[in-house]
Ligand binder design. Structure first.
Ligand code: SOE
Length: 388
């Protein structure tokens, strides 16, 4: 018998839509016992949340998140609001015994992330942070290749995450959609918003980041604040670059900006090891590039003229998640990364093996983000304190 999973969604923006789509489609593609029910959507502005609820098919609306987390007919709270609200909602939801799913980054800073982690662990409620890029089949295949030992001793990790939507000086900070430019709402700029994704993927593929040295820049120093109507100083990092040491002895470079003209959501990674390399580019998400170094076997003719990068079209049934969708050669999209993440979460509940990244795992990413920002401020190397 199907078990209902009654969802209380908080927020109605980009992520509210991406997650709602995942709840609606889960049982169309994945054979799991739980059936998500879009029970309630919550936001402060009634007209907005009513329109969102009507569009996606939520049964009712709430305008106070506190009522939603206390409601008896809700099993799971999904937090899709600006980062400054994550901590209070997650802690209250855990205390009310609800499962908690939270958009990235987990929190404004490590102190909040620790509090949230403690709350979900004390209440023993299933929890997950939506680092959706782990669920791109090509990136999941990179993980498989690493776990199979095909990269060998790792030397280098390289990540870039570039956008260009904040170059104009008249883009305001604060308010719907633009809260990401307001340090009071977001905590940080590209470090929490974009590099958190890169850091999560990097530590998943290549283990703990132990030390960092960073440089950040804020190119536009003042912007109109939508809420106050005043021109206010900008407190976020517009760009951030950092070097890392990984616990496994490899080194990494990370670059992120919202000022790379022409780059909309350019997210790449490369890992180079003694025996091979993997490369991924989100603009070609259905491909993983893999270089395999094959040593010459004694007595065998060398085939060096045939060595080179393989561009693997990750659409076969054998590739991660792909047996759930269409036929080989046909691709899936951005929205499916959320569907895959939700499926993993539900499978985790049903199997009793919690899926990752849970709050404790995302706390480690938060540690790296905080160390990066602190390093940039002090112009010094910082230990991250990551436990993996
Ligand atoms: C920012 O523009 C943003 O929407 C991030 O917040 C998302 O996490 C990223 O995946 C796409 O870009």
């Amino acid at each position: 018998m199907a078990k209902q999973l009654r969802v209380g969604m908080i927020g109605y923006g980009f992520m509210g839509r991406a997650h709602s789509n995942a709840y609606k489609r889960l049982n169309d593609f994945f054979d799991v016992e739980h059936r998500p029910v879009l029970a309630a959507a919550c936001a402060r502005k009634r007209s907005k949340v009513e329109a969102f609820a009507a569009n996606w098919g939520y049964e009712r609306v709430e305008t106070d998140w506190r009522s939603l987390v206390e409601a008896d007919d809700i099993d799971l709270i999904d937090i899709c609001v600006p980062n400054r609200f994550h901590r209070d909602i997650a802690v209250a939801a855990a205390q009310a015994g609800k499962m908690v799913l939270c958009e990235k980054p987990l929190a404004m800073n490590v102190a909040e992330a620790e509090e949230m982690t403690e709350a979900v662990e004390k209440a023993n409620v299933p929890n997950m942070v939506w680092f959706n890029y782990r669920r791109v089949p090509s990136i999941a295949l990179a993980k498989q290749i690493v776990d199979e030992g095909r990269i060998g001793r790792p030397f280098h990790y390289r990540a870039t995450y570039l956008q260009d939507w904040t170059i104009a000086e008249d883009v305001p900070q604060g308010g719907a959609a633009l809260w990401r430019l307001d340090a009071k709402a977001a905590g940080s700029g590209v470090t929490g918003d974009l590099l958190a994704h890169s850091i999560d993927t990097a530590m998943w593929l290549n283990g703990a980041i132990t030390r960092v040295t960073a440089k950040t820049e804020t190119f536009v120093k003042e912007r109109m604040h939508t809420e106050s109507g005043q021109v206010e100083p900008v407190g976020i990092d517009d760009a951030c670059m950092f070097l890392t040491e990984f616990a496994n002895g490899s080194m990494g470079t990370f670059e992120s900006t919202r000022y790379a003209r022409g780059r909309k959501n350019f997210n790449t990674l490369e890992l180079n090891g003694a025996d091979g390399s993997v490369y991924f580019d989100l603009e070609e998400p259905e491909y993983l590039q893999f270089f395999e170094y094959t040593q010459q076997q004694s007595g065998k003719k060398t085939e060096d003229h045939l060595t080179g990068w393989r561009k693997i079209h990750t659409t076969n049934f054998e590739h991660p998640y792909m047996d759930k969708y269409w036929v080989p050669g046909t691709c899936i999209g951005y929205e499916h990364t959320f569907l895959n993440a939700l499926a993993d979460f539900v499978i985790g509940i049903e199997s009793g093996k919690p899926t990752q990244p849970d709050f404790r795992n995302a706390l480690q990413t938060q540690r790296v983000c905080d160390a990066v920002l602190d390093s940039a401020k002090a112009s010094q190397w910082r230990e991250t304190g990551v436990e993996l």
